[in-house]
Design a protein around this ligand. Structure first.
Ligand code: FAD
Ligand code: NAI
Length: 466
């Protein structure tokens, strides 16, 4: 069978790209090694983690804030098995939805491990060992990423686990030690801290989510601390040992002392690596760098011009919406269109509560680039809407060009920040100034007023409610 385009991998990048190809009239196939479509994001990433974040947040509120709202509950309990079951139902509905979209768009869905035979031929090895061969005029590598670990922290997937196992535990950990306080650590650490685990974060860097604007890490730490978590920043893990029912984590402190934490589970969330195992890239002559990232040019073409790559397996942020943009981009490049991705304006979100969201330059980046800038920030506690719902933690920080007033970066932590960041993306896409936003009507009372107020603060230090 010959196709116009073959996608290897059905994550957000692969399935979005395949649909766009089909819309553009290309005969398209998608290969997925697992039985369900949707990749990391739908099966063991974005969707299941958000399902557990929502469930655990409901429990936390019922236990800690309902009484203040005047709602009394007796005998509140967590039914973890039910929480995990609901999460799985959400995943199943979502992955079935993708299978429906493949049929609707007449995309051939093929299951098995895809590997290159030559630059145009892909062999699909199915679970029963049988093989099928197809050819493509264009091929897209959309094989995503896998959790990373280090030799000092060997994963056994029972006690020393990755995010995948943390999404399906059969008991609530008594003491969960999280190595890496990045995005996965913050999100899944919050889930278990909310439902009763003691959570200790051990982090190389000096804050949580260290790659985001520094203000956010500090604020996030305050809210996660309220859940009873401990933090070991600037600490180095030297050894992780599974001792049966216990995990021992040996750590070097910044002062050079050695300490050992004892927990019953250890979540290793120290980043993810591009995944090309079994693809046999050599048969196609496709180049990857020493860390396994497939190298691409500005059209997302590999060194073999009809073979493209996208998402977590190439450079850039490992985010579902980035992979989706790239899937669409490749489809449009293949048919000769001139699409564009504004990488600088891809937002990053951490779905803790309150949520953290960011777009554009961080303050450190602006300083490094030597761009003259000004800052406006506004705390959630000064918002009527936030007080009404008791969501007073957090702030919005706007960085604008000192002379032109153009918004260069927006960083927020607060209720519904994940949705609010879209306004900042839109404003920045149209190169709005802080004053432009501060002159737009924002409904009252809403959380979005915090963005307007931060823009007012950035324009001329003239926030109204502070
Ligand atoms: P993937 O989604 O990884 O899909 C790749 C697919 O390729 C997989 O299904 C894999 O089985 C398949 N595959 C690999 N090799 C082969 C082969 N040889 N043959 C056939 N099939 C193959 N991002 C966000 O934007 N928002 C979030 O809230 C978010 N939450 C996350 C939570 C967790 C716990 C994790 C782990 C990740 C999260 N991410 C989130 C990141 C997001 O999941 C990834 O950025 C995204 O899935 C990348 O998409 P992709 O299409 O590049 O690859
Ligand atoms: P990450 O890169 O966000 O965080 C890893 C953390 O581990 C960093 O803070 C790093 O300093 C720390 N670290 C690294 N080595 C360490 C060591 N030896 N000891 C202690 N700390 C160490 O990676 P994470 O959280 O594993 O997530 C992987 C990817 O998945 C991210 O790139 C992220 O984009 C994506 N993701 C996105 C989500 C979202 O958009 N909401 C949610 C979850 C994951």
């Amino acid at each position: 069978m010959e196709y116009d385009v073959i996608f290897i991998g059905s994550g957000p990048g692969g399935y979005t790209g395949a649909i766009r190809c089909a819309q553009l009239g290309l005969k398209t196939a998608i290969i997925e090694k697992y039985p369900t479509l949707g990749g990391t994001c739908l099966n063991v990433g974005c969707i299941p983690s958000k399902a557990l974040l929502d469930s655990s947040e409901h429990y936390y509120n019922a236990a800690h804030t309902f009484a203040e709202h005047g709602i009394k509950l007796n005998d509140l309990q967590v039914d973890l098995a039910q929480m995990i079951k609901r999460k799985q139902e959400v995943v199943d509905q979502t992955t079935k939805g993708i299978a429906f979209l493949m049929k609707k768009n007449k995309i051939d869905e093929l299951h098995g491990v895809g590997s290159f035979v030559d630059p145009h031929t892909i062999k699909i090895t199915k679970e029963d060992g049988s093989e099928q061969t197809i050819t493509g005029k264009n091929i897209v590598i959309a094989t995503g990423s896998k959790p990373m670990s280090f030799p000092s922290m060997p994963l056994d997937k029972k006690r020393v686990i990755t995010s995948t196992e943390a999404l399906a535990l059969s008991e609530i950990p008594k003491h969960l030690i999280v190595i890496g306080a990045g995005v996965i650590g913050a999100e899944l650490g919050s889930v278990y801290a909310r439902i009763g685990s003691k959570v200790s974060f051990v982090e190389f860097a000096d804050s949580m989510i260290p790659t985001m604007d520094k203000t956010l890490g500090k604020e996030l730490q305050k809210v996660v601390k309220k859940l009873g978590a401990d933090f070991y920043f600037n600490h180095k893990v030297t050894k992780v040992e599974n001792k049966g029912d216990e995990v021992l984590v040996s750590i070097d402190t910044p002062k050079g002392e050695q300490i050992t934490l004892t927990g019953d589970y250890c979540l290793v969330s120290v980043g993810r690596r591009p995944y090309t195992d079994g693809l046999n890239l050599e048969a196609a002559g496709v180049k990857a760098d020493e860390r396994g990232k497939v190298e691409v040019d500005k059209y997302l073409r590999t060194n073999v011009p009809h073979i493209y790559a996208l998402g977590d397996v190439i450079r850039g942020a490992m985010l579902a919406h980035k992979a989706e943009e790239e899937g669409t981009f490749i489809a449009e490049v293949i048919v000769g269109q001139k699409p564009h991705i504004h990488y600088h304006l891809i937002p990053g979100v951490v779905y803790t509560w309150p949520e953290v969201a960011s777009v554009g330059y961080t303050e450190d980046e602006i300083k490094k680039e030597g761009i003259p800038y000004k800052v406006g920030s506004f705390p959630f506690k000064a918002l009527g809407r936030a007080r009404a719902s008791m969501d007073i933690d957090g702030l919005v920080k706007v960085l604008a060009h000192k002379e032109t007033d153009e918004i260069l970066g927006v960083h927020m932590i607060g209720a519904r920040a994940a949705d609010m960041i879209a306004e900042a993306v839109t404003a920045m896409e149209f190169r709005a100034s802080a004053e432009d936003v501060s002159r737009m009507s924002h409904a009252h009372p809403t959380f979005t007023e915090a963005f307007k107020e931060a823009c007012l603060a950035a324009t001329d230090n003239r926030a109204i409610n502070m």
